[in-house]
Design a protein around this ligand. Sequence first.
Ligand code: ATP
Ligand code: MG
Length: 452
Amino acid sequence: MRIRLPDKVHTIIETLQAAGYEAYAVGGCVRDSVLGRTPNDWDITTSAKPEETKRLFARTIDTGIMHGTVTVMLEREGFEVTTYRIDGEYEDCRHPKEVTFTASLEEDLKRRDFTINAMAYNEQDGLVDIFGGIRDMEAGVIRCVGDARERFTEDALRMLRAVRFSAQLGYRIEETTADAVKRLAPSLRRISVERIQAELVKLAVSPHPDYLRIAYETGITAEVLPEFDLCMETPQNNPHHCYSVGEHILHSMLAVEPDKALRLGMLFHDIGKPQTLTIDEDGITHNKMHPAVGAEMTKKILRRLKFDNDTIDKVTKIVLYHDQEIALNDAGVRRAVNRMGEDIFPMILAVRRADISAQSDYKREEKLERLDYIERMYEDIRSRHEAVSLKDLAVNGSDLIALGMQPGRQIGEILHELLEIVLEDPSKNRKDELTDICRRRIKGRRISDAET
Ligand code: ATP
Ligand code: MG
């Protein structure tokens, strides 16, 4: 097997070898190369100690010197070069508590999580595959290196990584590995939320986001996202639906493009349904107010998982607006764009499409036609450059002050009133028209002021 190493990786490996050390590309980059995918990054493993690596290259950064990692900078690109090591027990952060350097590549490969991630490559020796990574790739299997229970006990995050890799690659998790997850999933409680968040996002934007089901079946979501377990256990008896809340969520994730906010939006869009469930006298399930309840829950959950504010804001809005009525006319669509936000509105259209495609086919054509109609109106509004927010108004605060208004809260109020007028009738969005309206308002106010 031959892998084409990028020139810089080739240079680093050759430099280390010329100094008498062993060096290989290792882990994810070897896995991805074998699969014909473009690796995210190229990691290098070497028998050289960090100090020795540092002596060989002009510019290095001590990224994780305690754990044997030095980043070698070539031009503006950085490559992590890590000394062969044996890991002690992992703690909550990204790194094991203590590491021991070793002279053996095999020892270094043994500490890695899965067989497909435990292969090394250089041009001299070709592929080093001691644990059957290639065999497992051919079979489409995620399997621990060594004893699964031991490996998950050392680092519980590996359980979530197993599901993440299975979702990225469309692989199944080998039985003893899966059994070990079922047994040890509760120990995920000890893992830092930052590491869990990163894996959840990779799972969500993968080609198989519905493999979150495996995380449910093995007890992982019970630890990291128990709200989702409730959804899996909440049936829907309603003509619009053919799945439980959880299965509907999984199908809807699959139906939206692999964008972080959109996939998380789908994951959380119905998270408020179990809490709002009612069953009427005919046995039909309803979930009134689930978007508002779900949006509050989403905000709490995403905060708990330490997501950044931008993601929390976007995803919460998607949940809140996913089902909100949009009046079927131009003004209604302009109002909705204004209310939801220009960045959110197009996402809501995508979310609704995915939502519908994960429902029963009851009235599906009607729902999709309605959505198409809204989308066409939205595109026309955009191509006509019609105002949908304050910044699009033909007048601004300074214009109102120039008309003699006092700076202050009132200016904001009037601008909002003008926006209402313009959302209803875009032809009024002209400076002369709007200043006329303002002049009349100011006069009116003065008269009423005099009366009081
Ligand atoms: P990607 O970067 O595409 O997400 P990757 O396989 O490169 O996937 P990284 O998290 O970048 O994953 O880790 C690089 C390599 O380090 C892995 O391929 C694996 O060999 C090893 N590794 C990473 N995390 C762990 C862990 N928690 N336990 C054991 N080995 C690990
Ligand atoms: Mg990587």
